[in-house]
Design a protein around this ligand. Sequence first.
Ligand code: ADP
Ligand code: ASP
Ligand code: MG
Length: 461
Amino acid sequence: MKFGGTSVQNAESVRRAVDIVYNRYSRQDHLAVVISARRGVTDRLIACAESMITSRDADEVADLVTYLTEAHLNTLKEVAPDFYQETCEIIIRRIENLRDFLHAVYHLRELTVRSRDYITSFGERLNAPLISAALRQRGIPSMVLDGCEAGILTTENHGDAIALPAGEARIKSRLEPVIGHSVPVITGFMGCTEKGVVTTLGRSGSDYSATIIGAALNADEIWIWTDVDGIMTTDPRMVPEARVIPRISYIEVMELSYFGAKVMHSRSIEPAMQKGIPVLVKNTNNPDYPGTVIDGGEKKDSRVVKAITYIDRVAALTITGAQMVGRPGVARHIFSLLAEHQINVMMISQGSSEANITLIIEANQVETAKTVLFPLKERCVFRDITANEDVCAVAVVGSGMAGMAGTAGRTFSALGKAEINVMMITQGSSEVNISFIVSQQDGPRAVKVLHDEFNLMNEEV
Ligand code: ADP
Ligand code: ASP
Ligand code: MG
């Protein structure tokens, strides 16, 4: 079971999470728990660490320390009074360690990727002892393990590390002896390299921690506890009529999360999919509701389109020049340079005249991409490169559209009727999604129009 940030943000929500664990524990289920940082803590850690590079004084550190101490200890006092003293000491020691690290960043005026990961992992590291104490208060034997101690081994790409297969045996050997006698509470979001250097798994990475651990243990099920009733037809914050999808396939969730549905980390599906383990997404505030089951999707649905998603922080990079026409290798040059600089290309389109290539990347990587590609312009591989940041990506997702004519037609005629201009279109060969680019201003409306067009607010028939 993984509990997200909103599911463990105060005494009330922690108690609900403990009830959920207790419910399964009392039926003698074997459980492991993965825990996120409290809501907002990771953002504050990142903001403070980054500001230390240029800050005139280190006052912000003191503010952060006060906030973290109060937030964690106040909740601890309420949910685990009998274990307050011992747990309080652990939490305070960790906060002091964090403070020293932030001061080091301030004095050195340098935040390396390693330090950044070490610092951001504290959100989970402060929360895990609290949750474990709350479980013990309820009579459930429990211990704390950080992601590295639990055996999660990762690549060295800090900030967005990927789990290595070698971790599997390690996770098994460390957790199997514990599970059954006790409910281990594992800090999500973090792992470490072969050399023991702390890494983080990307924002929202606790989902990924849960599936890495669930898969290594060959769990029967992986439960993701969050603040909505399940995976929905679109972000309920954008379209209030959005509905819970009772069942969805691994591939569909991968596409949804890749195209911005924040409900699951985009890589988190893979470990579960490889082992065929069902993932349940459920609401901590409404635990009896069945939620969403994510599985292999063997059962065919009546619905062709399942969900609509949206990402607003993207930019379209257009590379033009008649010199690219009929010249092999141009795309290879462009993509290898972008890859070397860790720039992720989300969508690609090339006109058949070959005189331009448009790439969709994250908005905050535009300047790096332009700098990295500039030498190709100097060598006349292309003529010009322009960026449009006033765009967003929308994707229509559903495995039912594979081999079925008409979804693209319906999508674009609905957008046409609503006078929404589509700037670029791509469809993966898996045919699980159709994605396209519109102006920022049109994004939310496009989502709403398509949600209506495909009747997603109504129950499946
Ligand atoms: P947690 O802290 O539990 O990991 P997140 O905030 O990361 O929770 O993810 C849950 C949020 O994802 C929901 O509150 C919802 O606003 C958002 N969300 C975006 N797209 C979807 C979707 N298609 N289905 C459900 N939730 C979505
Ligand atoms: N705390 C991390 C984040 O905010 C990981 C997670 O919550 O899943 O990104
Ligand atoms: Mg999340």
